[in-house]
Design a protein around this ligand. Sequence first.
Ligand code: G6P
Length: 612
Amino acid sequence: MCGIFGYIGQREAYPILVKGLYRLEYRGYDSAGVALLNGSLNLYKTQGKVSDLNKLVQGNDISGTIGIAHTRWATHGEPNYKNAHPHYSPSQKMAIIHNGIIENYGPLKVELSNRGYLFRSDTDTEVLIHLIEDIRLNEGATLEEAVRMALNQVVGAYAIVVISKEDPDQLIVAKKGSPLVIGIGKDEYFIASDASPIVEYTKDVVYLEDEEMAIVPRKGPIDLKTIRNQQKTPYIHHLEIQLSSIEKGGFPHFMLKEIYEQPRSIKDSMRGRLNLKQGIISLGGIIDYEQKMVNCKRMIIVACGTSWHAGLVGEYLFEDLARIPVEVEYASEFRYRNPVINEDDVVIAISQSGETADTLAAVELAKSKGATIIGICNVVGSSIARETHAGSYTHAGPEIGVASTKAFTAQVTILTLMALSIAQKRGSIPRSRFHQMLAEVEAIPEKVMQTLKVNDQIVEISKKFQNVRNFLYLGRGYNFPVALEGALKLKEISYIHAEGYPAAEMKHGPIALIDEEMPVVVIATKKGSYEKVVSNIQEVKARKGIIIAIVTKGDQIVRDMADHVIEIPETDEALVPLLATIPLQLLSYHIAVLRGCNVDQPRNLAKSVTVE
Ligand code: G6P
């Protein structure tokens, strides 16, 4: 949801800024821009990707050791040149980059227009920089003061960096609602939306809290304050991320790399948490709140997108194993619905980025009603991780591909461990099943590795279906969320219309769509409702639909009925989503590649949606 990057120091800023933008491009990529200060404040921006910006600046003055840069995912104003960031102030002596939404930009714009200011864009951001300059001129304020006074007038979310010709040795940054990190080098600072573009320069970072701003100088320490001018002491985190984890490592796309990382990432999610010998699960991050989970009357899982699908698997797990009633809510609906939340409810918020605006707002709402909030986030130190009472990080490593893959399986792994742990403490799971399941969970990374061997077969299947217009995905029980996730992956990156449905519910509508051109992916693994799903396959076949079946290794019954069969290893019914999702990720990936789609940066999407 827009990537912002700033540099101030001793080196030429442009190459650092552009590299930073490339690393942040997963956050948005409909336009890009840069402003550099070297006596004059030069600003270049364009519709399109960072590579387009890089072409545009050739032959222009891109010198300067201080600069700001932006890659955009449009919220206000269509993606075009005039709406691209940075935005100049009216005098062009200042420029700003912004991630977020200024909600009261309308009245502010009217007020500024009435005073004679002209606007070159349709953005909320331009209103903010005009306001800053207006305050600076009329109040005789310093840059820092003007930014502070302006921020006290705005309602909404922001991560901003302001650069000024009259203050060539500082950048002003501020945050509320959107993430912002400052990397501390030797006589240089790097400012970014997340730590990924910073790690190659420094591992020491300061995460800004909401309503904090900092004066970032060329030399010397940063000056951290609240926007109400209270002094703060910066807390320096030391990052553990390795540069290799944010690079493609020989794969053509981040998405494929991340699919293939899953044996490792699932292992990392379990590391130190599952002790098979002693038959113990220990989730250190929730230890102080585990009793609340054990005693709770109800759980509510809030999430968006793929994380919501993981939440659905969580519902099956907690109900099946721990016998706790669970509701799974789209965070965006939950937060505006006046939901009934009690103090003995446990709310689990699932978010890869930990920054999704709706999920964060749902957390804040549930917290204000006295519920216990547990987070399952991937990004360490993210807003949701900090806002929750307790939680478990997924430890999947940075996920760059916009379509979520390894984050999903990591979330399901954590939900499995949590459900098993709570079930054991509630005495709701037979000892023998508990121990069998622990052994099965431990075996999952190896079984994911075996599952990945279907890749070549999936390439062949993808060739047959790359040009179809619709896909249906069916599953029941634990495999229903898998069907939803498979369909979402396909539509996200290949732009083929796909629907996920509970297999039996198909009779109540989607069956009308089935003809000899309709591929139907059915997750028909053994156990659970296997026999029922077999009947559903027959219903599709009777209408000449094409069956692509995901089956348990050795299944002859479905093989005899289906047009294409993809085998996965046998495991406990509750763990099948961790395996069955893998071929569906690969199917969407290969179809998208064959269609010539940009799989890592699908159109209109963004990795992290920090606006509602
Ligand atoms: C965006 C991403 C999805 C993701 C969803 C929720 O839509 O494109 O891949 O599932 O946001 O993100 P979160 O970071 O909260 O899991």
